[in-house]
Design a protein. Structure first.
Length: 339
């Protein structure tokens, strides 16, 4: 392994570990802030750091379409997710969030008329079955059906947003897009919070305040940067595999630090989620296809077993190899901000 690859693997590993802290940190922060206020402060702090970086790159920042997409895609999704985390256990939420890559692949398959290979659909089915086991595995540790349901709704919103993101990125600086979307998320969440939640309470102890700061920096900005660095130096499917670290870290934190129960059903569900993602990410060699568009859209293929419908696979044609969470030219991890 050469030096560049070692550095990339280290960065991707660190990004996965840090993203795994987002659910535990959110749970702690929600002891002080309501879901909307937590979203507004988290993305407001992140935007305050990232916007000057985007400005120095000379990118266009004032774009109403991107701002609104951030308010709905990031702000709305994370408000719903925070409401779910507040009503369920850390372990349940973390394991459910592990299903995001599968939901993204399913939405992409429907939206872009991509055809998944049979092994990929088997992986999707196993992961979604694991989600069912997690939600049916009991309510210990503060878990509830309502909380799990809100988390699942937020994950579907995230999957739709991630796939739709592909139409925003072409021709735009991905750093600028992310910065403006963070700002949109903060502004949208702020409006929601003022109307629906009232003024935030004064924190009674420093722990939740520190959790909010850590969530904005260590749970958002730093892993985004590390993932972008690593992703630029290894194949997309290799980078995507490191996202599987996130649900495991969150689930372990829930068990160790929050006392969440870890019964056989929850463990089986969590393993099924991760195993399904791994199975759906298997590649049977390089997928070669004609470059071009399918139905006016860019081809969707690569990491999660998706092959564009109507594209002939044949030797000598152009290589189609976008990663599982890439659309256009920029990284679309969430971006996730799903934790």
């Amino acid at each position: 392994m050469n030096t560049n690859r070692r550095h990339a693997v280290a960065a991707l590993t660190a990004a996965g570990l840090l993203w795994g802290t987002t659910v535990p940190l959110s749970k702690l922060a929600l002891e002080w802030l309501a879901p909307g206020w937590l979203t507004a402060i988290r993305f407001g702090l992140a935007a305050a750091v990232l916007l000057p970086v985007a400005k120095r790159r000379g990118a266009r920042l004032l774009d109403v379409r991107v701002l609104v997409s951030g308010a709905v895609g990031y702000g709305g999704t994370v408000i719903v997710q925070n409401a779910g985390i507040n009503r369920t256990s850390v372990t349940h939420a973390a394991l459910l969030i592990g299903a995001v890559p599968v939901l993204v692949a399913v939405v992409a398959a429907v939206w872009h008329r991509a055809v998944a290979r049979p092994v990929a659909w088997a992986g999707f089915a196993i992961s979604l079955g694991g989600v069912g086991l997690v939600t049916a595995g009991g309510g210990g540790g503060g878990a509830s059906v309502r909380g799990d349901g809100l988390v699942l709704i937020s994950l579907m919103m995230c999957a739709v947003f991630t796939v739709a993101q592909g139409r925003l990125l072409p021709g735009r600086d991905p750093v600028a897009v992310t910065a403006v979307q963070f700002l949109g998320a903060a502004l949208g969440a702020l409006v929601f919070s003022v109307v629906a939640e009232g003024a935030p309470a004064v924190p009674g102890r420093p722990g939740p305040v520190l959790a909010v700061a850590a969530l904005a920096l260590a749970g958002t900005l730093v892993p985004f940067t590390l993932f972008a660095f690593g992703q630029s130096r290894v194949p997309a499917e290799v980078a995507g595999a490191f996202l599987n670290i996130e649900p495991l870290v969150g689930a372990i934190a829930g068990i160790v630090f929050f006392g969440d129960p870890a019964g056989p059903i929850q463990l089986a569900g969590g393993l099924a989620v991760v195993a399904g993602i791994a199975l759906s990410s298997l590649r049977s060699g390089q997928v070669r296809a004609e470059q071009g568009q399918v139905g006016g859209r860019e081809p969707v293929a690569g990491g999660l077993g998706l092959v564009p419908e109507g594209i002939d696979e044949r030797r000598g044609a152009g290589l189609v190899e976008p990663g599982p969470f890439l659309a256009g030219e920029g990284e679309v991890r969430g971006l996730e901000v799903v934790g």
